[in-house]
Structure formats: structure tokens, C-alpha cells
Design a binder for this molecule. Structure first.
Ligand code: URA
Length: 209
């Protein structure tokens, strides 16, 4: 059987060869995503910007630097988490991704998440949140844990928005600081569920004696 790392590498190679939408025509590099493949937390952004396009790595520009500084506040380094995007090639002039581009790219992130099996998905910005939760509204839902399909999703403002607006920056930091408690809550739910799913021990069947 292929290891997690091998499966993720296969996806990475497919992303690099991808010609399923127009975005590959102008992009310099694909940005498949990177990080700790055993991470409990993954961060999912929208699409690569200029620096990401040049380097082939997610969140390595100013927005990424801000995200890293905020992670330090909760004792995390970039290498502790996995970071990816919904869209793997940069949209020209950083325009919003189009619905057909999101649709074309969808299988890649879907497969990556199936392999990574994160406990918590922190969505960065509105696009990423709406990918998991179409009815979401970022001004209402940021900083709230949402169960979307099989995933625990925690929407926060995009760090690029935080760079432009100090109110968003404050909200982003406050939400990031909630992550350890959110993770604890999820771990508690998982433990409770495992307990409830435990087979009844011999001798306890029947009258419970
Ligand atoms: N913004 C994103 O949404 N993703 C990146 O990788 C960089 C900036």
C-alpha cells in the first residue's frame, strides 16, 4: 500500500501537470500545498498570489508572514501544520476564482484532505469557507466551529484582508487564539464517541451485572 507521503506526492505531481482550466496558461508555478502531513490542523486559503506563483509554495508572501506571526501566538510553527489552497494556480491579477475553476480544482483538495484526515480545517477567508459550507457568511461565522460533512471547519478572516483592515486583523488574531480550545473540544467529542462505540464488555451483557 502507498504511504500517506507517496499518495500526497502523486497528487502534487498531478497538480503540477494539471491543464483542466485556463489558470495554468498564465501561472508560473502550481502551488499544491505543503506542510506537516500528520498535522491535526490544516489551513486552507483561496488561491496563490504573486509570491506563491513565483515559488510554488502557499502563503509565503505578506499574508503568509502575518499568518505565521499569529501562529506563534498559540505556540505553533508553520512546520506544525499543513497549508493549502482551494485553487492551485494563480488567477491573473489576483482576480476572484471563477466557479468553473473552483470546480476543476476541487478533486485535488478533496483527495488531499481524505489523505491528511485533519481534526480541524481552518478556512482562511470567504471563498475557502464557502467551499466547505456554501451558506456561510464570514462576518457572522468567523471564529465558530462548524461541522461540514465529515469535517470540523473553523472559518477565520483571510490574512490578506487583515493586512488591509485593522478590525479584521484583531478578529483574525482573536479567532486564531481560540484554536487550542477548539481542538480540545474536538478531541473531547472524539473520546466521548469512542467510549460510546466501545463494545459492551463481557459480563455486562444482559442485566449489566
Ligand atoms: N492567499 C491565499 O489565499 N493563498 C495563498 O497561498 C497566498 C495568499
Amino acid at each position: 500500500m502507498n504511504s500517506k507521503a507517496e499518495l500526497l506526492l502523486q497528487i502534487e505531481n498531478n497538480v503540477k501537470r494539471c491543464r483542466k482550466c485556463r489558470l495554468c496558461q498564465e501561472a508560473q508555478n502550481a502551488v499544491p500545498g505543503e506542510g506537516n502531513i500528520d498535522a491535526e490542523i490544516v489551513f486552507i486559503g483561496e488561491a496563490p498570489g504573486a509570491t506563491e506563483d513565483q515559488t510554488g509554495r502557499p502563503f509565503v508572501g505578506r499574508a503568509g508572514a502575518l499568518l505565521e506571526r499569529m501562529l506563534v501566538e498559540i505556540g505553533l510553527k508553520r512546520s506544525d501544520v499543513w497549508i493549502g489552497n482551494i485553487i492551485k494556480h494563480r488567477p491573473p491579477k489576483n482576480r476572484d476564482p471563477l466557479p468553473d475553476e473552483i470546480h476543476a480544482c476541487q478533486p485535488y483538495l478533496e483527495m488531499q484532505l481524505k489523505i491528511l484526515q485533519p481534526k480541524l480545517i481552518v478556512t482562511l477567508g470567504r471563498f475557502s469557507m464557502n467551499y466547505f459550507y456554501a451558506d456561510g457568511k464570514i462576518s457572522r461565522d468567523h471564529g465558530r466551529l462548524i461541522k461540514a460533512d465529515d469535517y470540523n471547519v473553523f472559518p477565520v478572516y483571510h490574512p490578506a484582508a487583515a493586512l488591509r483592515n485593522s478590525e479584521f486583523a484583531r478578529a483574525l488574531l482573536a479567532d486564531i487564539k481560540k484554536i487550542p480550545d477548539v481542538l480540545e473540544e474536538i478531541n473531547g467529542i472524539v473520546k466521548e464517541k469512542a467510549k460510546a462505540d466501545e463494545p459492551i464488555a463481557k459480563g455486562q451483557i444482559g442485566l449489566g451485572i
